[in-house]
Ligand binder design. Structure first.
Ligand code: DGJ
Length: 731
């Protein structure tokens, strides 16, 4: 068992391969203190490590309660009773006060991991993980709070969530219910790693020293957002890709969140992650319960790559579900950048013919196939095939494509409505809006009140009918704006604070319904590019559209930030036309292919307009994807050089789990005069195995490639690229 309780010293332990997490029961009151999270150690730490006896707590009558509570590293801090740092739990009583604090009542330890009702979460059986459930209480309120911790046996990951049960016998208002807290000492040794961005530049990496006060990431857009990511990384200042201690925290959630690091004058560092307390207030009747989303905590003593591997392994094996889990994803062509809204059956079939001839496996029909949708001003919500564009409906089109040997995928945007649509004309109340206020449009559209079952049922029935009308094997689920005007007449005035979260729960319920009714479907989530690229969405769709920015050089940085946490198998990545529709840059077709290769590979251009030279490259690109896609998708990923840092070149590497094959993907962005060949130290190889390089034919030991390194060839042109394969040779 990876979880244990030691009665004699009141210590709970969670052990993963390289990490130990300890919780200590303190005093007769049995406060739940955070004793340790770090490199694996065999012995339990003494409670002195909690610094309780230090002079920080002077008093003539002994210890001061306020100083004690403010200094104690706390597992799950309540509010207003002495701990002055960020609260994780805040409940408002019928009297109107918000103070609460937890102590231990009981616990359970069991194999496996329970599901979280209505929420996405990692999963695992007793052979994979063990769970500690601490039953805590606020004795004065009579409130019960269950703290769940699951330790994975083969992955350095601990997954936490909290269930607040109103056992007080009276109604309560839950003002704050975060998912996890991590208190630790910081004597100036940590950097904070976060991801920030905007539309077409998602998940840019930011690393800076932790400073005094509060800092972090958040979203109040109703989606996890392009701008910030529900992730905090904490690194030893000297940590590199392969060395040093690195902690990661990621929220399995797709709506508003707060991720915060708080450093006090005394060197106490508190990391918290959960649903953003602003715009949140959940009414709990007596007997009702609230389940927080799950927070994933990872630990690495092998630098950033160790953290990345823990997230990748956890998400590939214990979050992603369905028939495409750890399976090759079809290569596809998407018509969005090829045609935008201007297409008909003939145009799509013409693209399909070229795609099929080149060996592409699937065609995805994007926005514009339904209702009155010739631009983005109308039609959302009217999920009926536009027979003006597609006579004979989807059935005819899909049958023709299937005859060519192509599978078919379809774009939908179920959460939205255009004011100019039959749906809106019939049901204006289905949209989120505030009576008497002009609703804030974005992309000429409004957000449906997905918290309401009748709205979900209506939209779902229409989409279900379309999907059932033809052989649709893939769905791209888009969502093209943030939430505003967040008010629902269906909820009473005292429940409006539940709406953001209820919206997210509604989206999850809809996607679960879709997967249940179409169990073989490949779902790809999308949010105006990568605005909802988070673990919550990954639970439903094994791949997510990474960014609307399909330009290869910009993509290097977007994919670097994304792959810090998310497996390469989750990143939709396409070869697009040049000059790029995003930034007008022109790059070689081959390099566009190399940049897309590690992800879920496809084309996003008009296949009928390619030059013969470009067309001739496609079979080779598809062959590379067939052969090496699985190494990128299922292997261990390493970042060898970062264009974001060096502004010249980008080098990534992936090693198959059996360490027989490694692929190195190299893009020389800026060719510099008189520059010496770049030497990169490879990683992840078997030290004593021999590997042959596809570039030079040289055979060398894994140790040789890793410690002496490889000289990458000078490629001579800006935006050139190379794929180098190392294969183990028989000894
Ligand atoms: C935003 C997506 O990110 C694009 O790929 C495309 O599907 C458009 N929406 C369609 O409106």
């Amino acid at each position: 068992m990876s979880v244990s309780f030691h009665e004699s010293n009141g210590v709970f332990r969670l052990d993963t391969p390289n990490a130990t997490y300890m919780i200590s029961l303190v005093d007769e009151e049995r406060f739940l203190a955070h004793l340790y999270f770090g490199r694996r150690i065999p012995d339990d730490l003494p409670r002195e490590m909690l610094r309780i006896p230090e002079e920080d707590y002077p008093s003539r009558k002994g210890r001061e309660r306020l100083a004690f509570l403010d200094g104690l590293p706390t597992e799950y801090p309540g509010h207003g009773l002495g701990d002055m740092k960020q609260s994780c739990l805040e409940v408002e009583t019928p009297e109107g006060y918000r103070c609460c604090g937890l102590t231990y009542r009981d616990h359970r330890i069991f194999g496996g991991k329970p599901k979280l009702p209505g929420l996405p979460a990692t999963y695992g059986g007793p052979e994979d993980c063990d769970t500690l459930e601490i039953i805590a209480e606020d004795k004065v309120l009579g409130l019960t709070v269950r703290l769940f911790y699951t330790a994975f046996r083969k992955i350095d990951a601990i997954c936490r969530s909290v269930r607040v049960e109103n056992t007080t016998g009276r109604p309560l208002r839950l003002r704050t219910a975060l998912s996890a807290c991590l208190d630790m000492d910081d004597q100036g040794q940590y950097d904070l790693l976060t991801l920030h961005g905007n539309w077409s530049a998602e998940r840019m990496i930011n690393r800076r020293p932790v400073t005094m006060g509060k800092q972090g990431v958040s979203s109040r857009r109703g989606i996890s957002s392009h701008q910030e990511q529900p992730f905090l990384g904490l690194l030893e200042r000297t940590a590199t890709q392969t060395r040093g201690q690195v902690y990661g925290m990621n929220l399995v959630y797709s709506g508003n969140f707060l991720g915060q690091a708080e450093l006090t004058q005394q060197g106490q560092l508190r990391l918290v992650l959960g649903i953003h307390p602003e715009d949140f207030c959940w009414h709990l009747e007596a007997g009702e319960a609230f389940q927080t989303p799950e927070a994933v905590l990872t630990y690495s003593c092998t630098g950033i790559s160790g953290m990345t591997h823990a997230f990748h392994d956890l998400y590939r094996n214990h979050l992603i579900r369905g028939p495409y889990k750890n399976k090759p994803r079809p290569s596809l062509v998407n018509n969005w950048e090829a045609t935008y809204f201007r297409f008909d059956t003939e145009k799509i079939l013409a693209i399909g013919r070229e795609a099929a001839a080149a060996g592409i496996e699937m065609l995805v029909l994007d926005d514009g196939w339904f209702g009155k949708r010739d631009d983005d001003c109308s039609g959302l919500g009217d999920w009926v095939v536009n027979e003006g564009k597609l006579p004979g409906g989807l059935k005819h089109l899909v049958e023709e494509l299937n005859r060519m040997g192509l599978r078919f995928g379809l774009w939908v945007e179920p959460e939205m409505v255009s004011p100019d649509s039959d749906l809106y004309r019939a049901h204006p109340d289905y949209a989120l809006q505030i009576p008497g206020r002009v609703p804030t449009e974005s992309r000429q559209q409004l957000v449906l009140d997905i918290s309401r079952k009748e709205v979900r049922d209506h939209v779902y029935a229409m989409i279900h009918k379309v999907l059932s009308s033809a052989n649709v094997e893939y769905v791209k689920w888009d969502m093209n704006r943030a939430l505003t005007d967040v008010y629902s007449p269906a909820l009473g005035p005292d429940r409006q604070g539940e709406l953001y979260h209820r919206y997210v729960l509604g989206v999850y319920e809809l996607q679960e319904r879709l997967l249940t009714d179409f169990p073989n479907l490949l779902l790809e989530n999308c949010c105006s590019g990568g605005g909802r690229f988070d673990p919550g969405m990954l639970y439903y769709s094994p791949q997510i559209w990474t960014s609307d920015n399909t330009e290869a050089i910009d993509r290097l940085r977007i994919q670097e930030g994304t792959s810090l946490i998310y497996p390469l198998s989750s990143m939709g990545a396409h070869v697009a036309a040049c000059p790029s529709h995003t930034n007008n840059r022109t790059t070689p077709f081959a390099t566009r292919g190399r940049v897309a290769l590690p992800g879920c590979f496809g084309y996003e251009l008009d296949m009928t307009k390619l030059t013969p030279e470009e067309k001739a490259l496609i079979p080779g690109q598809l062959e590379e994807y067939r052969k090496y896609g699985p190494v990128f998708h299922n292997g261990d990923y390493y970042r060898l050089a970062s264009f974001g840092e060096n502004h010249a070149c980008d080098v990534i590497m992936a090693v198959s789990k059996d360490k027989r094959v490694a692929v190195i993907n190299y893009v020389e962005v800026e060719n510099r005069a008189r520059c010496r060949a770049l030497r990169v130290e490879l990683a992840g190889l078997e030290e004593t195995a021999l590997y042959r390089s596809s570039l030079t034919g040289e055979v060398r030991s894994g140790a040789g490639w890793m410690y002496a390194g490889m000289l990458l060839p000078r490629l001579e042109w800006d935006y050139s690229s190379a794929l180098i394969v190392l294969e183990a040779v028989a000894q």
